[in-house]
Design a protein around this ligand. Structure first.
Ligand code: BTN
Length: 256
């Protein structure tokens, strides 16, 4: 990557570059990968993003004080969409490590948000870089660290519970966790990833609404399948596999 190298203490798996400001670290890594200027293991961190993006075409507000990190990974394991769970687990482990005893309050919202107190603490956006085989994936992680003057009601801020937490510490822990989990899951495979994720699932067993093929579905969040899709149990007892789209965790009335 053509960005200044950052002085973070990480394993040899990662080459970390840093920018004060960019549009989106995901966008920058995707472009660099396309032009063969980035390779798997490259990490880009920005102090601020002017056009941070989230899932479903949403914006990701990125003021100074948060962690905005993207990394390029080659899917040599062939995990495909289940990477979403792996990166969520890495973020869970990294933040949990900082929180210590408070870590049990952190939950994983399918497919890969981190929740605390029913508020969103972190989000993950995974995008495919080109058509290479095995896939190259850009994993973008945003963590709300600093508490702003004007709080957003649905957002959790890490410094509320860990006042000494910084974006740099988090970046180191996150990359460490991602390396360690990748190695551990290489042995245990997808079944181990699914089980580890379910151990921290948010609202497992609760009501869920979503849109599938233009139809609104309501049911209960029962499980994940081997590829990380959400398994929704409908009122007639049948099960539907939900692989993406907008999913609302709550009752039909709450979903509107
Ligand atoms: C979401 O929950 O909607 C996903 C948010 C992902 C935000 C991160 S911040 C670093 C990387 N760069 C981006 O533009 N987005 C991701």
């Amino acid at each position: 990557m053509n960005a200044p190298t950052a002085r973070l203490s990480t394993s040899a798996d990662w080459r970390v570059s840093r920018l004060d400001l960019t549009d989106s670290t995901n966008q920058q890594l995707l472009e660099a990968a396309e032009k063969s200027r980035a390779k798997p293991g490259d990490v880009l961190i920005a102090d601020q993003q002017s056009a941070g993006r989230g899932r479903q075409g949403r914006q990701w507000l990125s003021p100074v004080g948060g962690l905005y990190l993207s990394t390029l990974i080659e899917d040599r394991e062939g995990w495909g969409p289940i990477w979403a769970l792996v990166v969520g687990l890495a973020a869970h482990q990294a933040i949990g490590n900082i929180l210590g005893r408070e870590a049990h309050e952190l939950k994983l919202k399918w497919p890969n948000d981190l929740m605390r107190d029913d508020r969103k603490l972190a989000g993950i956006l995974i995008e495919r870089a080109g058509e290479r085989q095995p896939w190259w994936l850009v994993m973008g992680i945003g963590i709300n660290v600093h508490v702003p003057e004007q709080r957003e009601p649905d957002i959790a801020y890490l410094q509320d519970i860990a006042p000494d937490a910084t974006a740099d510490i988090l970046a180191e822990r996150l990359l460490e966790a991602l390396s360690a989990l990748r190695k551990a899951f290489a042995q245990g495979g997808k079944a181990m990833i699914r089980k580890a994720w379910l151990d921290h699932a948010w609202r497992l067993g609760g009501p869920v609404s979503c849109h599938v093929d233009g139809r609104k579905l309501h049911g209960t969040f029962r499980d994940l399948d081997g590829d990380g899709a959400l398994l929704l149990e409908l009122a007639d007892g049948s099960t539907r596999k939900i692989s993406g789209g907008v999913v609302h965790f709550g009752t039909e009335q709450e979903a509107g």
